[in-house]
Ligand binder design. Sequence first.
Ligand code: FAD
Length: 233
Amino acid sequence: MRYVVCIKQVPNTTEIKIDPKTNTLIREGVESILNPFDAYAIEEAVRLKETHGGTITAISMGPAQVEATLREAVSLGVDEIILLSDRKFAGADTWATSYTLAAAIRKLGEYTLILTGQQAIDGDTAQVGPGIAAHLDIPQTCFVRKIENITSCKATVQRLMEDGYDRVEMKLPALISVVKEINVPRLPSLRGKKNAKSVELTIWNADDLALEESMIGLNGSPTQVLNIFSPKH
Ligand code: FAD
């Protein structure tokens, strides 16, 4: 079994500041952290590995500083880390982000389950997980609060709903996005911290993924942010 966890580095604040000229996030001067929802995705993958065996690969798209967040994932139990980094990836909307992540997962070869957080605390769209599944043409279930059962070809999961939950049976490989009700993430272990320092970081750029420039970054983003504002109360 191979579990792939997509993780995002986000600013450590919910007070997101936007550059009024470019309509992009201002990241300067703000500490970066692992997207809190992604800690639950990592923990769930670690629990699956502990129960069923296998390996966990964490992938993140972002600038070089994301290496620290990927190494933190190793301290929590991830085995292998891949950074997708290229200036050509900059300015990606959720379509181009999920397209790029899907291309990297395809390059990995066989996998059993892809796990994402329910949403990122900065972009907040919750679109990247479903986007990856759509690009890979695999089944997906969002807002998963429990994995009831998993084999190498099938999983039964509970999808959190406002008035209870749905039980969904999925063929594998598939993608799930997880909610915080799914588990309680553990703290890094001493062994994990040691591994985090020594594990090899794989870096892939657009050429490594054989991606055309028209499909990635700003060029590959069909949406444009025209204006961002706080609603008046
Ligand atoms: P969500 O969909 O909320 O994240 C869900 C989950 O997907 C996460 O928990 C994580 O598991 C996974 N995930 C998300 N992002 C990544 C990642 N990078 N690597 C690995 N896993 C990930 N940003 C810019 O910097 N410049 C822009 O010009 C720009 N334009 C945008 C235009 C539009 C219309 C929109 C909607 C967004 C734009 N963004 C831009 C933000 C950018 O699209 C998002 O940062 C990115 O696509 C992820 O979306 P999200 O933060 O909403 O993640």
